[in-house]
Ligand binder design. Structure first.
Ligand code: ZN
Length: 182
């Protein structure tokens, strides 16, 4: 019989908040994170002990390929999320991209960060929120002039027409490609 339990082929990629939430995952799920997340846990304290416990249970620390990081950066820039994502966030997304190329694996990025969820969906990576509800629409940040309200497509700080500062607004919401499974 070729029946397989999807849980057994699942890899959950955890961000710092997902680890700190102390959520218990099914023992058959593989857990992964990146070294930038592990650097956020310093010896001493209960958070560190929890992190060590996850390591003992098999949490693996793997860093993404440069190509994947570049693709995440390019996508984040395109969606106006570049400055909203930390290096750690970008590494986690890139790791999810790398791993998702392995056939037959169900990759889930576990995060409550809306920008990560947004870019994950753009990149066809499934996400799962931890404590929050999670985004329901994919979106793009665009620049709009605070003065004349024009939408500005260039990568600039001030309006070329009236000189006012630009602000970011969410636009182009689209339904999620991958429904989050919470
Ligand atoms: Zn203007």
């Amino acid at each position: 019989m070729n029946q397989t339990n999807p849980i057994q082929h699942s890899i959950y990629i955890l961000d710092t908040a997902a680890i700190l939430s102390r959520k218990q995952f099914d023992d058959r799920v593989e857990l992964m994170t990146v070294s930038k997340v592990s650097e956020e846990f310093s010896p001493g304290g209960s958070s560190y002990r929890w992190f060590e416990y996850l390591l003992e249970k098999g949490l693996r620390i793997i860093d993404p390929s440069k190509d994947a990081v570049l693709l995440v950066e390019k996508t984040a820039k395109e969606y106006g999320e570049d400055t909203r994502l930390s290096e750690t966030d970008k590494n986690l997304l890139a790791l999810a991209l790398d791993i998702s190329n392995e056939a037959g694996k169900n990759i889930v990025l576990v995060t409550d960060d809306y920008s990560m969820q947004n870019i994950a969906d753009v990149l066809n990576i499934r996400f799962q929120p931890v404590l929050e509800r999670g985004i329901t629409k994919r979106f793009k940040w665009i620049r709009r002039c605070r003065g004349c309200r024009r939408i500005i497509h260039e990568d600039i700080e001030h309006c070329p027409i009236c000189g006012s500062e630009l602000s970011y607004v969410r636009s182009r919401t689209t339904p999620l490609k991958k429904k989050c499974d919470r």
